[in-house]
Design a protein around this ligand. Structure first.
Ligand SMILES: [Zn+2]
Length: 374
């Protein structure tokens, strides 16, 4: 890349991002969506023709010939972007080589599904599905003999689920549908920790040691904004923002950068502001490093996290969830809460909050005894 880019650079169309340092899909999509947003502000409609191109030796006229590209009219999409709902069904008539091109409501540009109002609702629907199928893979990995250690599982969740869920996030993160993908990311974190669904989400994120999705997206937007502000190679460098007319629109150009702080530090600060919940001291504070106990076997790690969150399949909870008739421990003992089985239950070993926090020998023994039961 370093060796070829100086040579390749002069030979490429100025619109091309591939093979260019400092340029990315995200910058490319932002360039288009910002142009559309500016149109909204200026009460202009934006018509776009998305030409599907394949590199080819056999070339078409003009521009395409010059850049050795072959257009594929069958896959070409036409769409108009504006906020006038009365005109929602109007189409744009574009002819190419005497053939009228078909309009689409949801053109896909570099993997991002767009729509007339840039609400990204359809994009989020598809993204949620994609992440859901990746969550299935993660779950299989968690239940297999390999990769069951928490560090591997977390790394895989970030690479497999989060990175997919965050592709081009600076483009769509401010949409009101952005959080549609969060349910799947919550699930990915529960797979890492083994926590049950009723566990409060802030606790799950702390135990998975991953900053919550909205914070990660905001962080990615800030990083992309820094790239734009400092890099003359960014397609939006030097962008002139029109005066804001629409209060509900939050275009990329209206966002802020990291202001000199480093991305990880910024994620942590935002996370601490967002999560002011007070949990049992066994739930670790926000941090992007996994807490103690990562050397435990999978089923013990799961029991450990359920004990820390105080949410497990205890008789008390099963009773609350309508699954058993009695909340009491067998043999007429008192109500079987997590604290009961941690401290006073005669059925198994005991362990303190500090033991859980340290993930020491006592915690390990407790987890070995209770793992299949809670
Ligand atoms: Zn008991």
């Amino acid at each position: 890349m370093t060796r070829i880019s100086p040579i390749v650079d002069d030979q490429l169309s100025c619109d091309q991002a591939g093979f260019r340092p400092g340029r990315s899909c995200c910058g490319q999509v932002l360039n288009l969506t910002q142009f559309i947003e500016d149109g909204y502000e200026n009460q202009l409609k934006t018509g776009a023709v998305f030409v599907d191109l394949t590199a080819a030796y056999d070339t078409v006229q003009g521009y395409y010939k010059q850049w050795f590209l072959n257009a594929n009219p069958g896959k070409t999409q036409v769409c108009t972007f504006h906020l006038n709902n009365h005109l929602a069904n109007r189409i744009l008539r574009v002819k190419w080589e005497n053939e009228e091109l078909e309009n689409t409501k949801f053109p896909v540009y570099l993997g991002v599904t767009l729509n007339r109002t840039l609400s990204f609702k359809e994009h989020m629907r598809k993204l949620k599905e994609k992440v859901a199928s990746r969550n299935n893979l993660l779950r299989k990995l968690a239940n297999s003999k390999w990769g069951t250690d928490p560090n591997t599982l977390k790394t895989t969740a970030v690479a497999l689920c989060f990175s997919t869920a965050e592709y081009c996030a600076p483009v769509w993160a401010r949409s009101c549908h952005a959080s549609a993908v969060d349910a799947e990311l919550n699930q990915a974190c529960r797979t890492i920790t083994g926590n049950l669904k009723p566990t409060p989400l802030p606790a799950v994120y702390r135990m998975a040691s991953i900053a919550p999705p909205a914070i990660r997206r905001d962080n990615l937007t800030k990083q992309e904004r820094d790239k734009q502000l400092s890099g003359s190679r960014h397609p939006l460098y030097g962008h002139q923002q029109p005066p804001q007319r629409l209060k509900s629109r939050k275009s990329f150009a209206t966002t802020n950068g990291l202001d000199g702080s480093n991305p990880a530090q910024n994620r942590l600060e935002q996370w601490e502001i967002w999560d002011r919940s007070t949990f049992h001291p066994t739930v670790p504070p926000p941090s992007e490093s996994l807490p103690n106990g990562t050397s435990f076997k999978r089923n013990e790690w799961v029991a450990l996290n359920r004990a820390k969150a105080k949410v497990g399949r205890t008789q008390d909870n099963l009773h609350k969830w309508g699954l058993v008739p009695q909340p009491t421990c067998p043999y007429g003992e008192p109500i079987q809460t997590m604290d009961h089985i941690l401290r006073e239950c005669t059925l198994g070993p005991h362990c303190t909050d500090q033991d859980l926090l340290d993930a020491n020998q006592s915690a390990s023994q407790w987890c070995q005894w209770w793992h299949e039961k809670i």
